[in-house]
Design a binder for this molecule. Structure first.
Ligand SMILES: Nc1ncnc2c1ncn2[C@@H]1O[C@H](COP(=O)(O)OP(=O)(O)O)[C@@H](O)[C@H]1O
Ligand SMILES: [Mg+2]
Length: 352
């Protein structure tokens, strides 16, 4: 087992600073998911860890050993790419054994490792096939199998499921989770998909423009987002945000919301703020204390649940409910216990 540590990592391409002062310490066996919008620097960070990209400033440690200057093949790290990166002219066995052959392992040892990995991933029957004779999900399994045979100290996954359809994605998600439990090796998994982040991670890193916005367990990130960026990124549909101008705030903690005064004990607001409420915390009746009547612009029916889209004070508002809505009109309400507040700079204001 191993630990991974990144200290003060910085990276620029020309004048474009892509990663800024990135620090992280990953404990034995942890599954870390790096999530953020496209272009925020996720792949660059992984490529620096694997050695495919150089580091401008900072240090990378694997098991307390500095690895910045090691070539990729000496790092004991295996990477799985979105594109699978299989050799088209080689069959599955050859693809999975290629790395081991170049390491000059003997035939028996290679056989053992490839068969063990194939068994783990249930692709033993596919060893003779060429990549073009495989489905997307099978190809991704082969790519993962190739990584397993290297017996690495650290697995890096760069959006490995993005090319698969929704059903296969959720199936492979479960497989990867099981694989992690079985191997108990550190994994760093990059995705832009918050569902993958929430379901796979021991800990999530939220990355935004090369900066770590938050690092914590899925529950911490969902329940205690540091700022609006994190609050909106995790959760689906995303958290509703209403701007509250300071004119609507009285005595520091009473806010006029939907033409009613509501007091929030433990807060002292001084300027404009943002109020956040998750769609799943809104009820399609008037049983909670903060109430308003809405007209749906659109209702998405997901079977068990519906997502109601409406607009409140010019902001789009989303409500998740299992109730039936008559004539697109509904009374909605939510509890003040489920409300989040953010300051003018979009940083969370915590209750004292
Ligand atoms: N080799 C490169 N040369 C110049 N710019 C690059 C290079 N690789 C990535 N970038 C830029 O760095 C930023 C981060 O890219 P990337 O790490 O691929 O983001 P992500 O994986 O989060 O989508 C982007 O603006 C991208 O255009
Ligand atoms: Mg990427």
């Amino acid at each position: 087992m191993s630990t991974v540590e990144l200290k003060g990592i910085e990276k620029s391409f020309g004048t474009n600073k892509v990663i800024n002062k990135f620090d992280i310490k990953i404990e034995h066996g942890e599954f870390i998911v790096l999530v953020g919008p496209s272009g925020c620097g996720k792949s660059t960070l992984l490529r620096m860890i694997s050695g495919l990209e150089s580091v401008d400033v900072g240090e990378i440690f694997l098991d307390e050993k500095l690895i910045n200057n090691l070539i990729p093949s000496k790092r004991e790290i295996a990477m799985v790419f979105q594109s699978y990166a299989l050799y088209p002219h080689m069959n599955v066995y050859e693809n999975m054994s290629f790395g081991l052959k170049t390491e000059k392992l003997d035939k028996k040892e290679i056989d053992k490792k490839v068969l063990a990995a194939a068994k783990t991933l249930q692709i033993e029957d596919l060893l003779d096939r060429k990549p073009r004779q495989l489905s997307g999900g099978q190809r991704q399994r082969v790519a993962i199998g190739r990584a397993i045979t290297r017996n690495p100290k650290l697995f890096l996954f760069d959006e490995p499921l993005s090319n698969l359809d929704a059903a296969l994605r959720s199936e492979m998600r479960v497989e990867i989770s099981k694989l992690h439990k079985k191997l108990n090796t550190n994994m760093i998994y990059v995705t832009h998909d918050q569902v993958e982040a929430m379901t796979l991670a021991d800990k999530i890193v939220i990355l935004n423009k090369g900066i770590m916005e938050q690092y914590g367990t899925p529950d911490e990130i969902y329940n205690n987002p540091n700022n609006i960026f994190v609050a909106e990124f995790i959760g689906s549909p995303k958290m509703n945000i209403l701007k509250i101008p300071k004119e609507k705030i009285k005595n520091g903690n009473t806010i006029n919301i939907f033409n009613n005064d509501t007091q929030f004990n433990g807060y002292k607001f001084v300027d404009d703020i943002y109020l956040g409420i998750r769609p799943e915390h809104i009820i399609a009746d008037n049983s909670e204390e903060i109430k308003v009547k809405i007209k749906a612009d659109l209702i998405e029916n997901l079977g068990f649940e519906k997502i109601i889209y409406t607009s409140i004070d010019g902001s789009e508002f989303r409500i998740k409910t299992s109730k039936n809505i008559e004539n697109n009109i509904s009374q909605i309400s939510f509890s003040k216990d489920n409300v989040y507040f953010f300051d003018k700079e979009k940083i969370r204001i915590k209750k004292s």
